[in-house]
Design a protein around this ligand. Structure first.
Ligand code: M6R
Length: 583
């Protein structure tokens, strides 16, 4: 959802900013640009396309100056175009700004500024910020006071970095859209998230909503409601190498393969305190979006089955409208990034109703983790591919451990790491199947009980990176409507671990599909179920509790290879971004 980078220090800003933007590209990639300050002037270079395309056209490294800002965009207001690309400047050209988020009341401010003679060059909401700051500077305010006064007028979510000619500092503002500050030696960086800066530092401070920060080569000052505040510095354990592609062609396949280590690591995470919170709670609400929502659904099944406890799972963006809030509620907020605005808003709603919040996230220092009563980190390491792969299985691993811990049980992990490796060895088989299905445009995914959310996750992956229509159903639901769509040749992917109490019913559902011409792809450790498949994906035997961890992996391969078969880039699916910080 747009990546922001800022730099001020002893080195040339543009090449550094460019490197950080490349590491930030998963946040948006429809246009990019950099502005630097030098010799009392601002220079801006920007254009449409991925960063490499913009760089090839405009040579982004070739800019003078030791202070600058950069941006990679995921368009909200105004189509991807050179004019709408950031940095955006004011009328004087002496001020440049980059923005992540949405200024909801920009239209009224734009009218007011236009009446005062400001000339707008873009369709972005961001441009009102540039002109409003310009207006306050004209009225005699200092740089940071002008930024503070401008952002005080905005409704919505924003992260801003502002550069002004002739100033040895950058001013940053945050409300809802993340901004982190990284500290080097005689140089200070800013970015939308930690991985963008790992090449240069592992020392970070995290801005809070409502903060203004001023950075110069020596450090950072923070203000909140006009008063100075302290923001603790943290050392992060992630390294830059963890966020490299290494010898893999894409982050997506690297991260799928990394599950050999990330699943066992997540199964070692301590969930003791979290289990106590769950046991003590009168009621449990689980919140998440997309893949994280699916992890929540797996948890719901497990908690009911293992611990006899009920919980409700909400798509986070619907929580405020649909949850009945009662005292004693524990909210379990699941979010890989810990920055998803829908999840953050749902948590805010829960907090207003005095719910306790347990965050399950991957990113230490993320907004969600900082605002929670308790945290469990899934320890998956940085995930760069826009599709969630290893972080989904790590979420599920941690939530499985949690559900069993609530019941006073432990996960039986003996030999499980070997099974993960055996499933990863199915890569070639899934590649062949993806090739066979390269011209197919409709897929169905079905499963029962714990496998129903796995089916949903498989369908989401395929839609997200292969741009193929895919539906997921709890298998028993097919006959209540969607069965009418099963016609000759439609692939039906069946998640069928033999350990499930429901697999005999699943057999019935498979037959219903076959009778209508559906072509079955069976994922199972039962030869009886595999025999039903035109495509057979033999799985190692596994307890039903741990089956989602294994059965997700072939579906990730299927999506990855289907994406390649269709000629798309799996790391950067169209219209999407890794961290969704707009509602
Ligand atoms: O960072 P989060 O887990 O909160 O992200 C939630 C969703 O945006 C995310 O899972 C999305 O659905 C993935 N790109 C799916 O692969």
């Amino acid at each position: 959802m747009c990546g922001i980078v800022g730099y001020i220090g002893h080195r040339k800003a543009a090449p550094l900013i460019l490197g950080c933007l490349r590491a930030h590209e998963y946040r948006g990639y429809d246009s990019a640009g950099i502005a630097t300050a030098h010799d009392g002037k601002i220079t801006v270079k920007k254009g449409v396309g991925k960063i490499a395309e913009v760089d090839a056209k405009y040579d982004l490294e070739d800019m003078e100056g030791h202070a600058g800002i950069g941006h990679t965009r995921w368009a909200t207001h105004g189509a991807p175009s050179r004019a709408n690309a950031h940095p955006i400047t004011d009328c004087t050209g002496r001020l440049a700004i980059v923005h992540n988020g949405v200024i909801e009341n920009y239209a009224e401010i734009k009218k007011e500024l236009a009446r005062r003679g400001h000339k707008f060059k873009s369709e972005t909401d961001t441009e009102v910020a540039a002109h409003l700051i310009e207006e306050y500077l004209k009225n005699g305010l200092e740089f940071e006071a002008a930024v503070g006064k401008a952002v005080a007028r905005f409704r919505g979510n924003y992260g801003f970095a502002v550069l002004k000619a002739g100033e040895d500092k950058l001013v940053l503002a945050r409300n809802g859209s993340p901004l982190v500050i990284g500290f080097g030696r005689n140089e200070v960086f800013a970015a939308s998230d930690v991985p963008a800066l790992l090449r240069h530092t592992r020392e970070f401070a995290f801005m809070e909503d409502g903060d203004l920060a001023v950075i110069d080569a020596k450090g950072a000052r923070f203000m909140h409601d006009g008063r100075p505040v302290r923001r603790r510095r943290m050392h992060v354990s992630w390294t830059a190498d963890m966020a490299q592609k290494d010898c893999y062609p894409h982050f997506t396949i690297k991260e799928i393969e990394e599950q050999a280590a990330s699943i066992p690591a997540a199964l070692r995470v301590d969930v003791g305190r979290a289990a106590k919170l769950v046991r003590a709670a009168k009621r449990i609400h689980v919140l998440g979006c997309g893949t994280s929502y699916h992890a929540g659904l797996v948890f719901k099944h497990l908690l009911a089955r293992a611990a006899g406890r009920e919980c409700e799972v909400f798509v986070a963006s619907e929580y405020g409208e649909s949850a009945v809030m009662k005292p004693g509620t524990l909210v379990i907020a699941v979010s890989q990034s810990g920055e998803t605005i829908d999840t953050m808003m749902a948590v805010r709603h829960a907090r207003l109703h005095r719910a306790k919040v347990l965050a399950i996230t991957n990113v230490v220092g993320s907004s969600l983790s900082r605002g929670a009563d308790a945290n469990v980190y899934i320890n998956a390491g940085p995930e760069v591919g826009v599709v969630a792969t290893k972080t989904f299985t790590s979420q599920v691993a941690v939530l499985t451990k949690l559900a069993l811990a609530v019941a006073g049980r432990k996960v039986a992990v003996n030999g499980f790491a070997k099974k993960v490796k055996d499933v990863l060895a199915l890569s070639g088989k899934m590649k062949e199947i993806a090739h066979a299905l390269r011209n197919t445009d409709d897929f169905f995914f079905i499963g029962r009980s714990l496998s129903a959310p796995v089916a949903m996750e498989g369908a989401l992956k395929l839609k997200e990176i292969a741009y193929v229509h895919a539906e997921a159903y709890s298998a028993g639901e097919l006959k209540h409507g969607p069965l009418s769509l099963i016609a000759e040749g439609i692939p039906v992917i069946v998640i069928a671990p033999a350990a499930g109490e429901t697999h005999h019913k699943l057999l019935g559902n498979i037959r219903e599909c076959k009778a209508r011409g559906g072509k079955i792809m069976a994922l199972s450790d039962s030869s009886r179920l595999l025999d039903e498949g035109k495509w057979k994906v033999p799985m190692p035997p596994v307890s039903e509790e741990l089956s989602p961890l294994l059965y997700t992996i072939p579906l990730q391969f299927l999506a990855y290879y289907s994406c390649l078969e269709r000629g798309f880039d799996p790391d950067k699916p169209r219209n999407l971004a890794k961290s969704v910080t707009v509602e």
